[in-house]
Design a protein around this ligand. Structure first.
Ligand SMILES: Nc1nc2c(c(=O)[nH]1)N[C@H]1C(S)=C(S)[C@@H](COP(=O)(O)OP(=O)(O)OC[C@H]3O[C@@H](n4cnc5c(=O)[nH]c(N)nc54)[C@H](O)[C@@H]3O)O[C@H]1N2
Ligand SMILES: Nc1nc2c(c(=O)[nH]1)N[C@H]1C(S)=C(S)[C@@H](COP(=O)(O)OP(=O)(O)OC[C@H]3O[C@@H](n4cnc5c(=O)[nH]c(N)nc54)[C@H](O)[C@@H]3O)O[C@H]1N2
Ligand SMILES: [Mo]
Length: 760
């Protein structure tokens, strides 16, 4: 295997701007995919990996959580999935020599893009107390350090175990088991920053925090509303499902402050005609103000209530609770207030209502545009009200569709990665393993940062992800992390979190999805759960990036043995040798996984987990029915001269992993420090296109945060709103600015002012 040399820091942020595009995918996407893949992997590896993505005998794409079609294409991946694969299967390597040449202080000056471009980490590394750089260590020593620090804690609750959503079911199950045997529910995860608001709202209203639709339902829908989601970049394979739905007669409404190219027109790379012409997807584009969605759905609900025969009365009577109170609140919805909150015209809302009333089967899809606001939970509850009114849950072609991010973020939750576990789950776990799990709740992401900041937590362990890169209030978070006694990152690649270390720090390099995993019990596979509750196997086929890597399950098993020692009766060694033995335990603890191994053996495509509302209109809520709710309508109030900033993804990134400096569909090239502002707002604030501005956020306690040097781009976003990329703008999001109930950072509503920039 030929390693490629690391690349130098190419980050010269000089964005070039051309008009945004009006169609997604198609030929440029394929060319782009192959170029990136070959640069990282070479030709042979490119063919070897990309043909195995999402195949039944292959690995699950490490990109998004969108499900696979039952009849798969030869190439069942998209441009951005291919980039995620190439990023992991790269031939570049980060070796002990690399760490010798780059002290911590040097790593801390590098961009996230540069760090990621250095390649796969090859050996475990330790930053010793007082040391200025990471040094190679043996795995034995690494686990001994972990054991030393964890055993020295005054309470197990001084340890934090974070999980990012790529972790397999098997590794996740072991990690939560270890944490609970150790004695804590401190299991924050990326979900806390992502779909936690969806989980909170859905669990309360329909009794389960997961989506209720399958791909088949999307194909059969009459109306699909896509609110607060940019599938052209973040879930490109969803566009095929939307195209198919349209071919079957479905209408699509997109609700978004930005005109996203993927929702305008889709050029399907899997079909020849699609490549040429493409299909128009959107029937109606509601260019909403940031945070206006609850008001929009509330008014639509009022209008449905006022239309004779529009409410599914039988469904409401048989299956729901709280209708009267909700209907009374909805009747109060006010046109003028709604128009102010949404920035829409009356005629646009009337057109939406026509489409809603014409549909017998409606699906609402959403992602971060709905989940990352102060009032996200009531917003999503209002979406549920909207669907319940016309009986659109638990019948074919209809339902709720929160579109998940990370490829196994939903599975990790199912496996018990949750700081507020259900008592029934802990009971089953305790019974199976003869342990006593703590019953008090643990810390979520934001609480974990506060605990580190305040000295309440001292050991931070991350199963993947980039904690300091992904979390809000970067300066506060980094200072908090540096107070830790020990920080530990189980990682495939370098990122910012490795450069922000506690007194001691460990980097534990691990196998990725694409790597072949051989243990004492032979070749292993793992399992994942997609956004539509389908559980299936994932099997890597590449020689691992280095002979020193351990798999994630192996790392947890060895950590558990080192920390718990003879005190644990759990067969950690057996779990490490043969993951089927982990699945046997999952089968006995987690409902829906009965005969786990046998069912996987029978069909590598896996099985769907049960879902009461979807399968039999059974709603496992406190009332035993689907709950209507009646929260007051909220929307952000933005002071004069300020903008409401959303922090979002470009086309060339996967969360904090930056693939390149372009955002092709939005017409941005060669730089990421851009802020998209409506031309008239920019003019009113005195910023020409091409001017440079500092973004200064203003928080209710009077504090301010600054992100300097953003090129102003005049862009057709909704009035009063702005957009800039994450993670560069995380510095602007106050730690305390979170969603009510779910505590998710409000990354999509940051009040900012623009100041002329000194650093053009
Ligand atoms: N290639 C790629 N794929 C990814 C990821 C990636 O980074 N790169 N990330 C993965 C992860 S973890 C996740 S969670 C998903 C994220 O998938 P998305 O949620 O699509 O990601 P964002 O870029 O945050 O886009 C938010 C969208 O919501 C819109 N929006 C913002 N505020 C509002 C609002 O108030 N109302 C409405 N109606 N719309 C609003 C924005 O304009 C934008 O279109 O993607 C997953 N897939
Ligand atoms: N401002 C703002 N902040 C946000 C968001 C936003 O929209 N705006 N979105 C939020 C959302 S939705 C999410 S999900 C979070 C994402 O938060 P995280 O999941 O923590 O972040 P990622 O950038 O996805 O993590 C990337 C790192 O994961 C590691 N990695 C990759 N593959 C593997 C693997 O197979 N195993 C292991 N062990 N490690 C691996 C690599 O080292 C890589 O650098 O960010 C959140 N933060
Ligand atoms: Mo996410």
């Amino acid at each position: 295997m030929v390693s490629k040399p690391p690349v130098g820091d190419p980050v010269q942020d000089t964005p070039q701007v051309t008009p945004p595009q009006h169609a997604a995918a198609g030929l440029p996407a394929i060319g782009h995919t192959l170029r990136i893949a070959q640069e990282q992997m070479g030709l042979r590896r490119t063919a070897r990996t990309l043909l195995k993505v999402n195949q039944k005998d292959g690995f699950d794409c490490p990109g998004c959580a969108w499900p696979e079609e039952d009849r798969r294409h030869v190439a069942e991946f998209c441009e951005n999935g291919a980039k995620a694969v190439a990023e992991e299967a790269t031939l570049r390597r980060v070796t002990p020599e690399f760490f010798a040449a780059h002290p911590l202080a040097d790593l801390a000056t590098r961009s996230g893009y540069w760090l990621g471009q250095q390649g796969r980490i090859t050996e475990p590394m330790l930053l010793p107390e007082g040391g200025d750089r990471y040094e190679p260590v043996t795995w034995e020593r690494a686990f001994a350090v972990l054991a030393e620090e964890l055993r020295a804690l005054a309470s197990p609750d001084e340890a934090l175990f974070y999980t990012s959503g790529r972790t397999s079911n098997e590794a996740a199950f072991l990690l939560q088991l270890f944490a609970r045997e150790f004695g804590t529910n401190n299991l924050p995860d990326c979900s806390n920053m992502c779909h936690e608001s969806s989980g909170s709202a859905l669990t309360e209203t329909i009794g389960i925090g997961k989506g209720s639709v399958s791909l088949e339902d999307l194909h059969r829908a009459d109306l699909i509303i896509v609110a607060g989601q940019n599938p052209g970049t973040n879930h490109p394979r969803m566009l095929s499902a939307l195209e198919k739905a349209k071919a079957g007669g479905a209408r699509i409404i997109s609700v978004n402050p930005l005109p996203e190219a993927g929702l305008e027109r889709f050029k399907n790379p899997q079909t020849p005609l699609g490549m040429l012409r493409g299909a128009a997807l959107n029937d109606l584009f509601l260019q909403i103000r940031i945070g206006g969605d609850q008001a929009l759905f509330r008014l639509l609900n009022k209008l449905v209530l006022e239309t004779a025969g529009a409410v599914d009365e039988e469904f409401v009577r048989e299956h729901t609770h709280g209708y009267e109170e909700f209907a009374a609140a909805a009747k109060e919805a006010d046109w003028d207030e709604t128009l102010a909150a949404t920035g829409l015209d009356r005629s646009e809302i009337e057109r939406a209502l026509e489409l809603v009333l014409a549909s017998e089967r409606t699906v609402v899809c959403w992602a971060m545009g709905l989940t990352q606001h102060k009032h996200s939970v009531p917003t999503i509850r209002e979406v549920v009200n909207f669907l319940l009114l016309r009986g659109n849950i638990g019948r074919p072609g209809a339902g709720v569709c929160p579109v998940r991010g990370h490829s196994n973020v939903q599975g990790d939750r199912t496996m018990g990665i949750f700081e507020r576990p259900a008592p029934a789950f802990l009971d089953a776990l305790d019974k199976e393993f003869g342990i006593v799990s703590p019953r008090h709740h643990g810390f979520d992401v934001v609480r974990s940062i506060q605990a580190l900041r305040d000295g309440e937590a001292k050991v931070f362990f991350a199963m993947g992800g980039n904690f300091v890169g992904a979390t809000p209030d970067t300066e506060v978070t980094e200072a908090a992390m540096r107070r830790a006694r020990l920080t530990v990152h189980v990682s495939t690649k370098l990122n910012r979190s490795h450069a922000v270390a506690g007194t001691r720090a460990l980097i534990l390099p691990t196998l990725g999805r694409t790597d072949k995993d051989v243990q004492a019990g032979g070749r292993q596979f793992v399992t994942v759960e997609d956004s539509m509750s389908q559980v299936h196997a994932s099997r890597g086929n590449l020689p691992p990036a280095s002979p020193h890597l351990l798999s994630e399950p192996a790392i947890v098993a060895r950590m558990a043995r080192a920390v718990l020692g003879d005190g644990s009766a759990t067969p950690w060694e057996e779990f490490e040798a043969d993951y089927a033995t982990i699945r046997d335990r999952i089968a006995r603890v987690v409902p829906g996984f009965e005969d786990f191994n046998a069912r996987l053996a029978a069909d590598a495509g896996g099985f769907r987990l049960p879902h009461g509302p979807r399968d039999e209109r059974r709603f496992p809520t406190k009332t035993g029915k689907a709950n209507f709710t009646a929260a007051p309508v909220e929307y952000p109030r933005v002071p004069e001269g300020r903008l409401l900033l959303q922090t979002l993804r470009s086309h060339d990134q996967y969360n904090t992993t930056i693939y390149g400096l372009d955002d092709r569909y939005r017409g941005i090239k060669g730089g990421r420090r851009v802020v998209l502002v409506h031309p008239e707002d920019a003019a009113a604030l005195g910023f020409a296109d091409g001017a440079y501005a500092d973004l200064v956020s203003e928080w209710t306690d009077g504090s301010e945060r600054r992100a300097p040097g953003f090129r102003v781009v005049h862009y057709p976003t909704s009035r009063g709103c702005a957009a800039a990329y994450y993670p560069e703008t995380n510095v602007l999001v106050p730690l305390e600015s979170t969603a009510d109930v779910s505590n998710t950072p409000a990354s999509k509503s940051v009040i900012v002012r623009l100041e002329e920039s000194a650093s053009a």
